[in-house]
Design a protein around this ligand. Sequence first.
Ligand SMILES: [Zn+2]
Ligand SMILES: [Zn+2]
Ligand SMILES: [Zn+2]
Length: 131
Amino acid sequence: MDDESLDVESKIETPDLSCPKCGGLLPAQLGEIECVLCDAHVKVDHPPTRRAWVAEKIRCKTCSSLLLVGVDKRPANLQCSSCESQFIVTPHIPKAEVQCPSCDRKMRLSKRPGSRQISCPACSISFKVSF
Ligand SMILES: [Zn+2]
Ligand SMILES: [Zn+2]
Ligand SMILES: [Zn+2]
């Protein structure tokens, strides 16, 4: 976590969606989404997630007030009604557990679509992860 930033990650997960064209994982967003794997443009909506976003409560990192977000999209700009600090509620990035193929160490990575080269913090071999 980046302590410099006042941004707060949303706790509301979007459903795991796959691209209708290539079957790959889509970014955890709603609305117009561009598949990072095949460049297809997909329109995705999920009313229960939108309702949960509107009703989500976030704690202000500056004064700890509990704030109602009240916005049906992420990222959402928010201003604290108590201390007036401004911050952004960023989309929830799902985490996935992967295991190092060499030393079996488990790591939690953010589940972004596509392939990435990861290096193991324990044995420093590098391996490829794709979602
Ligand atoms: Zn695709
Ligand atoms: Zn505040
Ligand atoms: Zn390892």
